[in-house]
Design a protein around this ligand. Structure first.
Ligand SMILES: [Ca+2]
Ligand SMILES: [Ca+2]
Length: 226
């Protein structure tokens, strides 16, 4: 082989090796700054997708809470308004009824009757009795009835409301506080007559001598016991 041919072959070999090295360098190149940035972008994309899923879950929770509030709000408002109305009634009673006439019965039992006549509301009146540790009176027997009548005669007045009522069922008399049926009766002549169809509360009437069914909305004193 001539010297020129040898040099030519050597140059071709160098060129081939150079080209091969360039190819390998392209395939197995070390991680570049561009690769790092691509990795960071993928991480951020994953985080964004996770946050998007959590936001969707939160939106569903908010929707459930919102529907619950809308569904229950009228009931809550009715309850709040009812409670508020009752407290207003009680405060009116407190303004009207400043104090009671009181007597002690047997076994440290106390009866107390309002000094002032006030618009009667059986629920509010019973609550008012409860504020002072009692409830609307419930008369169990003849002895208790006579004791109370004697007390009321000293207090003065004609008619005093107690806890008996037939509000829920006409003619079915029960006591408001205990819910027990009235078992001792002392109706006055001609009563109960449910006059005008609106007499559902029970009073002791001293003038006609006995129980009288009366309108639950009349202005009268009421009798509590503890
Ligand atoms: Ca009645
Ligand atoms: Ca009557």
């Amino acid at each position: 082989m001539s010297e020129k041919a040898t040099v030519f072959l050597f140059c071709v070999a160098v060129l081939v090796v150079s080209l091969r090295l360039g190819y390998c360098n392209q395939v197995y190149r070390a991680p570049s700054r561009q690769d790092d940035l691509l990795g960071s972008v993928e991480d951020v994309e994953w985080d964004v997708q996770t946050i998007a899923r959590e936001i969707k879950t939160l939106q569903q929770d908010v929707k459930i809470v919102k529907e619950s509030v809308i569904q229950n709000l009228p009931q809550w408002m009715t309850s709040v308004n009812s409670t508020l109305a009752n407290f207003i009634k009680i405060f009116k009673y407190i303004q009207i009824v400043s104090h009671f006439d009181v007597v002690y019965g047997s076994q440290e039992k106390m009866y107390f009757v309002t000094k002032t006549e006030a618009p009667f509301d059986i629920m509010v009146a019973d609550f008012f009795c409860a504020v002072f540790g009692g409830h609307l009176a419930e008369i169990k027997d003849e002895g208790e009835y006579k004791f109370i009548v004697n007390f009321l005669k000293k207090v003065g007045g004609d008619e005093f409301l107690i806890g008996g009522n037939d509000i829920n069922e006409e003619g079915h008399w029960v006591y408001w506080h205990s819910g027990k049926p009235v078992e001792y009766w002392h109706w006055s002549n001609g009563n109960p007559d449910n006059y005008k169809g609106i007499e559902d509360c029970m009073a002791i009437n001293l003038a006609i001598g006995g129980f009288n069914d009366v309108d639950c909305k009349i202005n009268k004193k009421f009798l509590c016991e503890n």
